[in-house]
Design a protein around this ligand. Structure first.
Ligand SMILES: NC(=O)c1ccc[n+]([C@@H]2O[C@H](COP(=O)([O-])OP(=O)(O)OC[C@H]3O[C@@H](n4cnc5c(N)ncnc54)[C@H](O)[C@@H]3O)[C@@H](O)[C@H]2O)c1
Length: 323
């Protein structure tokens, strides 16, 4: 078992949604310091304000681009980084505006990290994939053997980064684990441009607008709470038996977008109409994780059920609307 206690850790995308929760989790587990490299595309100072207040001097923030080899090398040497959690990405919806960058950012950061591993600059990489790399379920629940048929440039970039990183593991046995989260939700998830369904619906209702469903609303997702996800990333570092594996991170429970929107409407006591709009291009229709490998390799079981997690999330949005 590796132990995060006393370790100098770097999180790419650490000022984002999942990265900021991971920052809290790793510091609470005794990491010596968390170095964040985030270009603040969607990252926010307020996401990491609590960690900075709770652990003075132990959250070090670089407003930089994780693609840049020179920057990353300099930061890692200066901060004596041993472990990297790679979470930086640009949200899926950005694929529809700027597909090339949405794709390439994932691959470029992965390439930079492989160069740094090759040079022995840091020891361990815990890389974040996405269930979007699979595309629509060909069978359900989806285990890690499910074929990858990404449907958007974002998803293709995630899949390509995974393939590149796994190939370096296969040839050189670098110290690497890949976590493949399904849909995350929880406090701090971006609720402005490029937002996902839960923050977007909450925001619409709080601003007196109609909630919106794209397509039939019968598309399904497997929602996992961000507190569970952050814990799973720590477990992936600690359980070295996960090295060289891609590990799904989901609840194993499939929920339709319509059911999610209806739950949010019920929470806010919203009784108005739900607006239906045309489906998003190339939208994945069905996702549900087979979570057995995470149980076996990480000893991971989700602890937050969707109803409780959604209530906590919506309580948070009620008092934390952005702009
Ligand atoms: N949120 C989900 O439902 C979900 C599901 C599956 C996988 N994931 C994966 O989890 C990881 C974190 O996602 P998130 O939901 O927290 O997204 P997020 O957008 O909140 O966080 C990503 C962070 O990366 C930063 N970033 C973007 N480009 C960068 C660059 N070039 N250099 C440095 N920083 C950069 C952004 O500013 C942001 O803070 C991603 O790898 C994502 O693919 C997320």
């Amino acid at each position: 078992m590796a132990n995060i206690q006393g370790k100098n850790v770097l999180i790419t995308g650490g000022a984002g949604f999942i990265g900021s929760h991971l920052t809290d989790t790793l510091l609470a587990a005794g990491a010596e310091k968390v170095v964040i490299v985030d270009n603040f595309f969607l990252g926010k100072d307020r996401n990491i304000a609590e960690a900075r207040a709770n652990y003075p001097g132990r959250v070090i923030v670089y407003r930089d681009d994780a693609r840049d080899l020179g920057t990353m090398k300099a930061v890692m040497k200066k901060e004596d980084v041993e472990v990297v959690f790679n979470l930086a990405t640009i949200a899926l919806n950005y694929s529809f505006f700027n597909p090339f960058t949405a794709y390439k950012v994932n691959v470029d950061i992965a390439e930079t990290l492989m160069h740094l591993m090759e040079d022995g600059i840091f020891k361990t990489l815990i890389h974040s994939s996405s269930s979007e790399a699979y595309g629509t379920a060909e069978y359900s629940p989806m285990d890690e053997e499910h074929p990858m048929h990404p449907t958007t440039p974002y998803a293709a970039g995630k899949a390509a980064a995974d393939l590149m990183i796994m190939s370096f593991y296969n040839v050189w046995r670098y110290d690497i684990s890949i976590i493949r989260p399904f849909n995350n939700y929880g406090p701090r998830q971006n609720d402005l441009a490029l937002a996902a369904i839960i923050p977007l619906t909450a925001r619409r209702i709080l601003h007196g607008e109609k909630p919106v469903l794209e397509g039939t609303g019968l598309q399904t997702r497997d929602f996992i709470n961000v507190h569970d996800t952050a814990r799973a990333f720590r477990l992936a570092y600690e359980n070295e038996s996960s090295r060289g594996h891609i590990v799904n991170l989901g609840s194993g429970i499939e929920i339709s977008m319509k059911a999610v929107v209806e739950e949010i409407c019920a929470y806010f006591d919203y009784r108005g109409e739900i607006e239906y709009r045309p489906g998003r291009p190339a939208d994945v229709q069905r996702l549900c994780a087979d979570a057995k490998l995470a149980r076996k390799l990480l000893g991971f079981e989700p602890q937050v059920n969707f109803k409780d997690g959604l209530r906590e999330t919506l309580d948070w949005y009620k008092v934390n609307q952005q702009e």
